[in-house]
Design a protein around this ligand. Structure first.
Ligand SMILES: Cc1ncc(COP(=O)(O)O)c(C=O)c1O
Length: 514
C-alpha cells in the first residue's frame, strides 16, 4: 500500500467499527484509580497474579550506581540483608538509596535492587535511574495503595520534591508470609512496573513505561511516533506484512536480513532483489515499475554481515523522485553511529518513511521499535500481527531499556573510541597485506574467505590464541562467501588491537578473496 493511503485505510476501519485506538490514555490505570479497592481486573492472562512480583521506582538525579540486595529467610527467622554495592559513582547531590527489608517467610526469598544508568540526554532533561525491587510479596492491599501513590506523583507532573525520605509500606504481612518494608530516599517515585505484560497491548493495555519509551524513541529518532515490538525480527515481519500489498513493487537489497525477507514474503508482494548497494540498478527498477500500485525500497542502513551501508541520501532522493516509500532497518547502526547514537539516517540527515531500530545490539538491551508517522503507529497497532497477537514487552524490561537508551545517547566517548578502533584495525590489517573491503566501516569487519572450511579453520585457530570471532557460513551469507566476522568494540585497548591484527593477519594470510 502507499503510505499516503493510510488515513483512508484507517477511516475505513473506523467506519466498519474495527479500528482499535492505541491505549495512550492508560485505561486500566484510570479505572484502577477511580475504583481503588473495588477495581476488578478481568482482562489479563496473568492468572496467578505473578506478573506483579516486581516493582520499580524511577529516581533522580543519580549518575551511576547499582545495588544488589539479597536476603535469605528461613522459617520465622528474621535476617538482615546483605548489600553489595557494584558501582557507586554518585554525584554529591545524588540521593541516597537505602533499603530495609525484614523477612518472616517460610520460604527462601530474594530481593534485588538494581540501578540503571541515569545520564541526562537532550530529549529528556532529567537524569533518570531505575530502581527495580523484586520481592516475594505481591497482590496485597498495600500494592494498590502504592500504585495510587506513584500515580499521584505522575499526575503532579513529577515535579521533583527535594530529597525527601519516602517510606512505602508495600505490603501487609500475611499470616506466615513474608513482609517487606522498603525505605527509599529519592526525589520521585514514578511508577509501579510489572515483570510481565500479561498479554498483547490490545488486550491488557499499555503501561506508562511503554508510552514513555515510545515517546523518547520518536523524539530521538526524529519521527512523529514509534511502536515497541518484542524483537527486531517481530518488528520487521509485522510491519512489512502490514504495509506491503501483493501488487506493490518491492525493491530489496540482495543482502537484507532474513527478518526483512520474511516480512516481504508474508506480505505476498513479489520482491525485486537489487544487487547489494546498487543505486543505479534500483533506479532502473523504479523507472520501470510506474504501473505498480505502490513502490517500496527496503534496506539496512548498516549491513550486519558486511559492515557497509547504502548511500542513504541517494536512496531518499530516488524514493522522492519515483514516489516510493523508504523502509530502513537500523538494527546495527542505532547507538553505533550518529549524533547521540541516533543512527545513520539521522547522521546523514534523511528521514525514512519507516525506520526499524533494534535494541539488542549497541543499546545492550532487547526489543525493537518501528518509528514513523502517528498514522503508521495506529495502523501497526491494528494490523501488525506480531504486535497484535503477541505478549507485549515486559514493563520492567522496558524500564531497563529506557535506562539503556539514556546511556547510549550519552556514550559519545565510547562511539568516538569505537570509530578509532575500527580505523586502527583496518589500517593495521591493510599494512599486513590483508584485503579489507574499502566500503566497510564501523565495528563490523568481515574478511571473506570463500569456503566454509577455510572460515571455520581460521576461527578455530584464532580461538587457540584467545580470540573469539565467528565464522559466518551459508545460509547466513551466500555460498562461497563464508567469512570471518570481527565485531569490534570500544573497550579494546591498543595492545588487544595489536594482538588482534597480528593474529588475524597470520591466520588469513593469502586466504582473503576480495
Ligand atoms: C539487520 C537486522 N535486522 C533485524 C534483526 C533482528 O533483530 P532481533 O535480534 O532484535 O530480533 C537483526 C538481528 O540480528 C539484524 O541484524
Amino acid at each position: 500500500m502507499k503510505l499516503a493511503d493510510l488515513p483512508a485505510a484507517l477511516k475505513l476501519l473506523e467506519k466498519e467499527s474495527r479500528l482499535r485506538h492505541p491505549d495512550d490514555f492508560l485505561d486500566r490505570d484510570r479505572l484502577q484509580d477511580e475504583f481503588g479497592e473495588d477495581f476488578v481486573d478481568a482482562a489479563t492472562n496473568d492468572y496467578l497474579g505473578l506478573g506483579e512480583r516486581r516493582c520499580s521506582f524511577t529516581i533522580g538525579p543519580v549518575q551511576e550506581w547499582a545495588v544488589d540486595v539479597s536476603r535469605e529467610t528461613s522459617p520465622q527467622v528474621e535476617t538482615s540483608p546483605q548489600v553489595g554495592l557494584k558501582s557507586t559513582e554518585r554525584s554529591p547531590e545524588s540521593p541516597q538509596v537505602g533499603l530495609k527489608t525484614a523477612g518472616h517467610g517460610d520460604t527462601t526469598s530474594r530481593d534485588f535492587v538494581e540501578g540503571g544508568l541515569g545520564v541526562p540526554s537532550p530529549p529528556r532533561p532529567n537524569a533518570h535511574v531505575s530502581l527495580n525491587v523484586s520481592r516475594e510479596t505481591r497482590d496485597r492491599p498495600g500494592l494498590n495503595a502504592f500504585s495510587s501513590e506513584s500515580r499521584r506523583f505522575q499526575e503532579s507532573n513529577l515535579s521533583p520534591p527535594t530529597q525527601e525520605k519516602a517510606s512505602c509500606e508495600l505490603a501487609q504481612p500475611l499470616p506466615g508470609g513474608p513482609s517487606v518494608r522498603e525505605d527509599v530516599s529519592r526525589e520521585t517515585v514514578q511508577t509501579v512496573l510489572r515483570a510481565g505484560a500479561s498479554a498483547s497491548r490490545l488486550i491488557y493495555g499499555s503501561s506508562r513505561t511503554h508510552l514513555d519509551v515510545e515517546a523518547y524513541l520518536a523524539e530521538w529518532l526524529g519521527h512523529e511516533g514509534s511502536l515497541l515490538f518484542s524483537s527486531g525480527y517481530a518488528a520487521n515481519v509485522g510491519a512489512l506484512a502490514a504495509l506491503l500489498s501483493p501488487g506493490d513493487a518491492v525493491f530489496s537489497d540482495a543482502f537484507n536480513h532474513a527478518s526483512l525477507i520474511d516480512g516481504i514474503r508474508l506480505s505476498k508482494a513479489r520482491p525485486r532483489v537489487v544487487s547489494h548497494l546498487n543505486c543505479d540498478e534500483l533506479e532502473k527498477g523504479l523507472k520501470s515499475s510506474r504501473s505498480s500500485s505502490a513502490r517500496w525500497v527496503v534496506t539496512e542502513s548498516y549491513f550486519s554481515m558486511d559492515g557497509d551501508g547504502p548511500d542513504l541520501p541517494r536512496l531518499r532522493e530516488l524514493c522522492d523522485h519515483y514516489d516510493a516509500s523508504l523502509y530502513v532497518d537500523e538494527a546495527h547502526s542505532i547507538g553505533t553511529f550518529g549524533p547521540l547514537g541516533a543512527g545513520l539516517c539521522v547522521e546523514k540527515g534523511i528521514r525514512p518513511d519507516v525506520l526499524m531500530a533494534a535494541f539488542g545490539k549497541a543499546v545492550g538491551s532487547h526489543g525493537a521499535c518501528i518509528a514513523g508517522s502517528l498514522n503508521l503507529r495506529t495502523w501497526l497497532w491494528n494490523r501488525a500481527r506480531s504486535f497484535v497477537f503477541s505478549t507485549a514487552p515486559s514493563p520492567l524490561q522496558t524500564d531497563a531499556l529506557l535506562s539503556q537508551l539514556h546511556a547510549v545517547s550519552a556514550a559519545e566517548g565510547a562511539r568516538k573510541r569505537l570509530d578509532e578502533v575500527g580505523q586502527k584495525v583496518r589500517a593495521g590489517l591493510r599494512r599486513k597485506g590483508v584485503e579489507v573491503e574499502p566500503s566497510s566501516f564501523g565495528p563490523i569487519l568481515s574478511l571473506v574467505l570463500g569456503s566454509e572450511e577455510k572460515a571455520l579453520k581460521v576461527a578455530a585457530n584464532l580461538r587457540r590464541s584467545g580470540i573469539l570471532a565467528q565464522a559466518i557460513r551459508p545460509p547466513t551469507v551466500p555460498d562461497s562467501a563464508s567469512r570471518l566476522r570481527l565485531c569490534l568494540r570500544a573497550s579494546l585497548n591498543d595492545q588487544q588491537i595489536e594482538r588482534l591484527i597480528l593474529s588475524v593477519a597470520r591466520e588469513t594470510k593469502g586466504l582473503t578473496s576480495q
